[in-house]
Design a protein around this ligand. Structure first.
Ligand code: F6R
Ligand code: MG
Ligand code: MG
Length: 370
């Protein structure tokens, strides 16, 4: 049987009353294009949703990663949604559509992309995780915990199928280089890099020799850097990830455990502030207070012959109430710092925001300190 591919491609092409939430009409416009792509045989199945102001296209097919027809369908969906957004005069209409002409791949054009191609197992449980008001490095901590931390994933200790650990592919998104590190052996080296989450991001996770093919990634994260594409601040590159689970991988409950701690991430208001990442159901994936706080939503599917069975809204559950409560307490605490670091990002990370323009104005007034 052909391998199955799940492609998650997302873009902020406009939202209601600020950078809050996608208008339902945009989802409808995208669904229409996705339906056509399904009819044409480009897609086997799809699910359209949102996380905050990001329109999320979850597509399944048998065409592999980086397929031009699949990417073209996504681009067209964003174009149509942009037309609707402009028509409704929504805020930030077409924001992430940084290029005019599509030329075979949406990579580097504005949208964020995560794709996984794999041989379907007897049953194939998979989670799609979507964040708003933060950056790709926000996935470093949960993905590390899921695949390398025995205090999160019990299977790393007790299940012989995953006891040997996993291989992490890390991208240096500043220098455009990548490296693979094997855990647990190289865990401290991995942490040395991925703790610097604005630069080093986990791009993919691979299994070690065992029950699953070693060359098929089991997790993938989008790593687009909008600022580096556009050269100036055009909103944060709110990331998405796909994570496969169970039999030879962390259990889905271990995957979700990775999101139970609302860690501090960069983004929030004007892409310039640290704040807690709050796990929420899709209905609560609305960015309000101070354009946030940053959110993560998750949908679970079973893949059956490249078809999407589901979804389940993972964080729409009482088990995450404490994480949300903690996130709200942290939000209060961080907000009270106002414009002070470490609520506001360090200067180096403010380079692509509007702050340098403000500081530049003061330049002529500076005098030497004798
Ligand atoms: C964060 C984000 C928002 C905007 C803010 C100002 O990723 O997109 O917080 O930065 O609402 O938006 P403008 O400059 O468009 O008024
Ligand atoms: Mg936005
Ligand atoms: Mg967004």
């Amino acid at each position: 049987m052909a391998k199955s591919t799940v492609s998650v491609i997302k873009a902020d092409v406009g939202s209601i009353a600020g950078h809050t939430v996608v208008h339902p009409a945009l989802e409808q416009a995208a669904i229409k294009v996705m339906d056509e792509a399904k009819e044409k045989g480009t897609l086997v199945d799809f699910w359209v949703t949102h996380c905050g102001d990001d329109l999320e296209l979850i597509m399944s097919h048998t065409k592999g990663v980086d397929n031009s027809d699949v990417h073209a369908a996504a681009w067209k969906a964003f174009e149509k949604a942009t037309e609707t957004a402009k028509d409704l005069k929504l805020y930030g209409a077409g924001q992430d559509m940084l290029k005019d002409a599509f030329s075979g791949n949406v990579r580097g054009m504005g949208p964020g992309i995560a794709e996984l191609e794999f041989t379907e197992r007897g049953s194939e449980p998979l989670g799609v995780f979507m964040m708003d008001k933060t950056e790709p490095g926000a996935f470093n901590l949960p993905v590390f915990k899921i695949f390398a931390d025995p205090f999160c994933t019990a299977g790393l200790v007790v299940d012989p199928k995953i006891h040997d650990g996993f291989v992490f592919e890390v991208w240096d998104i500043q220098d455009h280089k990548k490296v693979r590190l094997s855990c647990p052996e190289e865990m401290y080296d991995l942490l040395a890099m991925i703790g610097a989450k604005s630069r080093y991001v986990i791009k993919r996770v691979f299994p070690k020799k065992g029950v699953l093919p070693e060359d098929e990634a089991v997790a993938a994260v989008s790593t687009e850097k909008l600022a580096l594409i556009a050269g100036e601040y055009v909103g944060k590159d709110d990331p998405v990830a796909i994570i496969r689970a169970q039999s030879g991988l962390p259990a889905m409950g271990e995957v979700l455990e990775g999101f139970s701690f609302p860690h501090l991430v960069s983004g929030w208001m004007r892409g310039s502030h640290n704040g807690p990442l709050m796990p929420v159901g899709i209905d609560d994936a609305i960015c309000t207070r101070f354009d946030g706080p940053p959110r993560v939503a998750g949908l679970g599917f079973n893949i059956r012959n490249a078809e999407l069975v589901g979804p389940i809204d993972f964080f729409d559950d009482k088990a995450f109430d404490h994480a949300r409560q903690k996130a709200l307490e942290i939000a209060d605490y961080m907000r009270r710092h106002g414009p002070f670091e470490p609520h506001r990002l360090p200067l180096a990370d403010m380079e692509y925001t509007t702050l340098p323009k403000v500081l530049k104005k003061l330049e002529p007034r500076f005098e030497e300190i004798k």
